[in-house]
Ligand binder design. Structure first.
Ligand code: ADP
Ligand code: MG
Length: 467
């Protein structure tokens, strides 16, 4: 296979695809792809080219929409059969170099260590890898907090210490705090711990019970960066507050970085140790305000871009104008709309978006759309039990109900395919993709299926509103 110019075939295929599809569609799917290598499988005697692609979402889409076409083109060009393998490489690495500020010339700074990277560190197990500065849209509502967070990430322990981020629900506190942690973790050897107050409390209780306070202290006092989320949760828990106070002092004496989030101004915390509150008072406090219209639109555009979808401006405008409560609601409405359109095979038009928004506003407030509830209602609809859907039985009616419940689960929640697989008895995400594809196929041929789905969804919302 060494004689053939596989990369050349790939380039030519791209040129042809651009001609066939037009610039807009082409660049939506293909501009971030990268030729990686050719591969020859000795066992099967098959040739493949391996192409890097930014996300699993892109991969699934390209596979279902364009794979056959690509393989045909490759075959015509090369005169032989070439398989296509898509490997997820992400966009992050490239982005970082261009959009992050250069590290300061300070031997002690965390960013300095980027210049002589050893091996790339594994992802940090306690943080979401998409909670980064690149993904955090900065506007008037949050620029003080975001800029302080960036400064901290480049020089942990040096400026703004302790740092407290506060503000209402869904405004980006956790995202911003983890962006600090992710940046430090990726660009230095610093040890980072990132936990919720609840976990901190539970570990504390457990270690006290087992007489393991030494281990507890070793763990929390020998680190470089401590991030604790939602400290309001520690209200009225004097034991753990006392422990936190000592941890706090110890780390601060060693010039280690502390970052906390809280859902209200620190002074409003009731039943909180005075000395702890005054410690927080010594550092920097930054609040997050709800985003204004411009920021809401910027966030919507950024999310659609990462999902590889393009939305008409009037749809962005509609969502941006109507969902003003907080970023979480905004993103979740958008994700729901995209999932809906994608599952139903529809383009997102202003009409569809309006209808969808109406559903959101008419939905019973705070309906509990957990996967458990979805499985419960869907199984009942088909006269089955939740265990039938989670279990291994393969009779036709159960398989269909299971596939449909997965489809609805994908539509009504933000859960990933992997999470849905977990909820359905620990199945693999490929099974979920396959199930959803099955239902998509049936939607094309069975005119009554759409209304069945609507009925089940309504029942789920009703149930969720009461439970
Ligand atoms: P909080 O901890 O304040 O309740 P989160 O950090 O969980 O809020 O944010 C809720 C959602 O909104 C997350 O998906 C987060 O990524 C997103 N988000 C919040 N603020 C921003 C922002 N400024 N830019 C982009 N996404 C944001
Ligand atoms: Mg949070």
């Amino acid at each position: 296979m060494a004689d053939l110019d596989y990369e050349g075939f790939w380039k030519e295929t791209l040129i042809q695809l651009r001609n066939d599809l037009g610039e807009e569609e082409f660049s939506g799917w293909f501009s971030d792809m990268k030729y990686l290598r050719a591969r020859f499988d000795e066992k099967t005697g098959e040739n493949s080219i391996v192409i890097g692609i930014p996300s699993a979402f892109h991969r699934d889409k390209v596979k279902s929409r364009y794979q056959n076409e690509i393989i045909l083109k490759l075959q015509k060009l090369s005169g032989t059969e070439i398989n296509l393998e898509l490997e997820i490489i992400g966009k992050k690495a490239e982005k970082k170099e261009t959009s992050l500020p250069q590290p300061a010339k300070n031997t002690e700074s965390a960013a300095e260590k980027t210049q002589k990277p050893k091996e790339k560190r594994e992802k940090h197990p306690q943080m979401r890898d998409d909670y980064t500065f690149e993904r955090f849209i900065i506007g008037e509502n949050n620029n003080y907090a975001a800029n302080a967070a960036k400064a901290i990430s480049k020089n942990p322990g040096k400026a703004y210490n302790p740092f407290l981020i506060y503000g209402g629900v869904g405004l980006g506190k956790t995202h911003l705090m983890q962006a600090i942690g992710n940046f430090v973790h990726e660009n230095s050897d610093h040890r980072v711990i990132c936990i919720t107050s609840e976990t901190f409390l539970n570990e504390y209780i457990e270690d006290v019970r087992q007489g393991k306070m030494r281990e507890f202290r070793n763990k929390y006092r020998k680190i470089d960066v401590l991030l604790i989320d939602d400290i309001q949760f520690l209200t009225d828990k004097p034991g753990v507050q006392d422990e936190l106070f000592h941890t706090f002092n110890e780390l601060q004496n060693q010039k280690k970085q502390l970052v906390f989030t809280c859902d209200r101004p620190i002074e409003d915390l009731k039943k909180f140790e005075e000395r702890l509150i005054s410690r927080f008072g010594l550092g920097t406090k930054a609040d997050l305000q709800p985003p204004r219209y411009e920021e809401r639109c910027a966030i919507l555009k950024s999310v659609t871009q990462t999902r590889g979808v393009s939305l008409p401006d009037d749809v962005i405008d509609l969502l941006g104008k109507n969902i003003a409560s907080n970023v979480r609601d905004l993103i979740s409405a958008l994700n729901n709309l995209i999932n809906y359109a994608e599952l139903m095979g529809k383009e997102i038009t202003i009409e569809i978006a309006q209808k969808h928004l109406k559903n959101i506003f008419n939905a019973p407030r705070q309906a509990n759309l957990s996967m458990d509830n979805i499985i419960r209602v869907a199984s009942e609809y088909f006269g089955l039990t939740p265990n039938d859907l989670k279990g291994k039985k393969r009779s036709q009616n159960i398989v269909f109900a299971r596939q449909l419940a997965m489809f609805i689960g994908r539509e009504m929640t933000d859960n990933s395919m992997t999470e849905i697989g977990q909820d359905f008895g620990g199945r693999d995400h490929t099974t979920v993709i396959h199930s959803i594809d099955k239902i998509k196929g049936k939607l094309l041929t069975d005119p009554t299926l759409e209304s069945t789905i609507e009925n089940i969804k309504r029942a789920i919302k009703d149930y969720g509103a009461k439970h």
